[in-house]
Design a protein around this ligand. Sequence first.
Ligand code: SIN
Length: 282
Amino acid sequence: MQVEQLACSIGAELTGVSLSDAAHDDALFAEIRKALLKHRVLFLRNQDIPRADHVAFARKFGDLEDHPVVGSDPENPGLLQIYRSAESPPERYENSWHSDTTWREVPQFGAVLRCVECPTVGGDTMWANMVLAYERLPQSVKEQIADLRARHSIECTFGAAMPTDKRHALKERFPDPEHPVVRTHADTGEKILYVNGFTTHFTNFHTASRVRVGQDHSPGSGDLLRYLISQAQIPEYQVRWRWKPNSIAIWDNSSTQHYAVMDYPACNRKMERAGIIGTRPF
Ligand code: SIN
């Protein structure tokens, strides 16, 4: 297996390897897992593999889960069908920087995404390195956010366009969890900036030490959250991947965010994602 870095801060392409083989080869899988922890997102071309092997490979990282809003392949539970067609409604929810499923108490460890069909140009996906985003914050901001916690919401994101009763039912199934703003990576111990498009507000900002008689010490909590969320947009932290049918991306969902670029006209874009259950953020 060859590993070639695609950008300076995140992302590498693997060649000379088939994920069908890796699904049944512990030593090869261990090599890929090690590369994933180093590069955070791995890319492969020409993986014309059966769906069962896609799922079997992803399951070597951990159990898979379905999604309450996006449907799965009935024959391969845990394999989401992220399908867009010329008839898809114009509101398209993946178009913001995010880390998958932080609206769960236990967000996903990672994902394996395969392209089934895509536009000839456009519809790329971008990833950002949120360890680097944390490292490059000014020291004063690192001190300010060290103990902060924030709420994440499926209701305000996937639920936003639903009728009120459906939105409330969704929130009842998935009450907004609270996560640390600076998360520690379960495998590497790295610190990660952990707010994204699912984050609604800090839950412990307005303490006596931060607020004077009705006035925030600068910056206010909304400004601070917007500033932190905007860090994923910095190009030096990113890699961008152009899809072709049978291309695959494998990402570490705790230390990255991603953004599916919605620049293509109405057409078919069919992606299948196996989402791997992670551990509770600490
Ligand atoms: C996602 O996992 O957010 C979807 C990414 C994509 O469709 O490129």
